[in-house]
Design a protein around this ligand. Structure first.
Ligand code: SF4
Length: 308
């Protein structure tokens, strides 16, 4: 994709999916009934500082319902806008490879056997991808469309400690290598606005994502939910929360430094308005995305302009 000769200033997931499948593909977000080692006591009981009660999956299907039921229910919501009705089934809540291998096999293949599902996406932590799981993912990857999502959030181990991520960045680098060896696509999540994070830290994170050959990226804004662990931390430590103009400036800079082949899945945060404590401007997701587009054009920035 030659971004300089294209109206698109970055390589979006929409574009990638249209190129790959020939038409728009939606995602249905599923709750596979998992927990997380960073919450169940294996690593910690606190979880990551920003994690919500729903394991960072606020808009997913209902826990307890079967995978097929969840897919069918969500298909009803999108059937008006999606004439082909083909979807990616996205296992989103908590850590979706943290369970017995036979259970993982069962639910992944249940999703893949649905007639409207053209592939699956699986969100997890790099320390929850052992060889057995990688083998299962390789098997699926040979026959179906698959991507994995890794919650890196930051390349900086000192900040990872503040947010209680529970693994070292080296673990992410090692797993990235294993996924690349198996030709398995992976998306890396990073957060802008973590406590005590500097602009240089953000650039370091983007550089790492470029270097490990991540297939995709999700850039999240750190938002604070009411009555959350993060709200209590904020009230005690009063760390900087970005204004909208500052956030969109930073995102534009990060896009400029991002390798052009990396597929951009997300450029902001997505909290339920009624649960949001700060920053309130983030509730206007459309406005934030429009501002990013406007700045990219105004500053003549495109993805990869300052890469390498
Ligand atoms: S790894 Fe994910 S699910 Fe687990 S505590 Fe962190 S954000 Fe929550």
């Amino acid at each position: 994709m030659n971004l300089k000769n294209n109206n698109d200033r970055f390589y979006s997931l929409n574009n990638y999916l249209k190129e790959t499948f020939g038409h728009k593909i939606y995602k249905v977000s599923l709750d596979g009934g998992f927990t997380c080692p960073n919450r169940d006591g294996s690593i910690s009981t606190r979880g990551c500082l920003f994690c919500s009660d729903r394991g960072s999956g606020e808009f997913t299907g209902e826990r307890g319902k079967s995978i097929t039921e969840q897919i069918d229910e969500q298909l009803e919501f999108i059937s008006n806008k999606n004439e082909d009705n083909n979807v990616i089934a996205y296992f989103q809540n908590f850590t979706n490879t943290y369970g017995p291998i036979e259970y993982l096999r069962k639910i992944y293949y249940e999703a893949l056997s649905h007639k409207k599902v053209v592939g699956i996406a699986i969100a997890t932590r790099p320390d929850c991808l052992n060889d057995e799981v990688l083998e299962l993912l390789s098997e699926i990857n040979e026959k179906f469309f698959l991507w994995i999502e890794l919650g890196l959030q930051t390349a900086k181990d000192n900040i990872a400690e503040i947010i209680n991520r529970g693994y070292e960045t080296k673990c992410y680098i090692d797993v990235a290598k294993k996924l690349n060896e198996r030709n398995i696509k992976f998306v890396t999540h990073m957060i802008v606005g973590l406590p005590h994070e500097t602009k240089d830290d953000l650039i370091e994170t983007v550089n790492l994502i470029n270097d490990v050959n991540s297939w995709g990226i999700k850039i999240h804004l750190l938002y604070i939910l009411k009555k959350s662990q993060l709200e209590r931390y904020y009230n005690k430590n009063n760390f900087k929360v970005y204004e909208r103009d500052e956030y969109t400036d930073i995102v534009v800079d990060l896009i400029s430094r991002l390798k052009p082949s990396i597929v951009i899945h997300r450029l902001t945060g997505d909290a339920k308005k009624e649960d949001l404590f700060l920053p309130l401007w983030s509730a206007d997701k459309r406005g934030v995305l429009n501002e990013i587009q406007k700045k990219l054009k105004g500053r003549n920035i495109y993805q990869g302009k300052e890469w390498g």
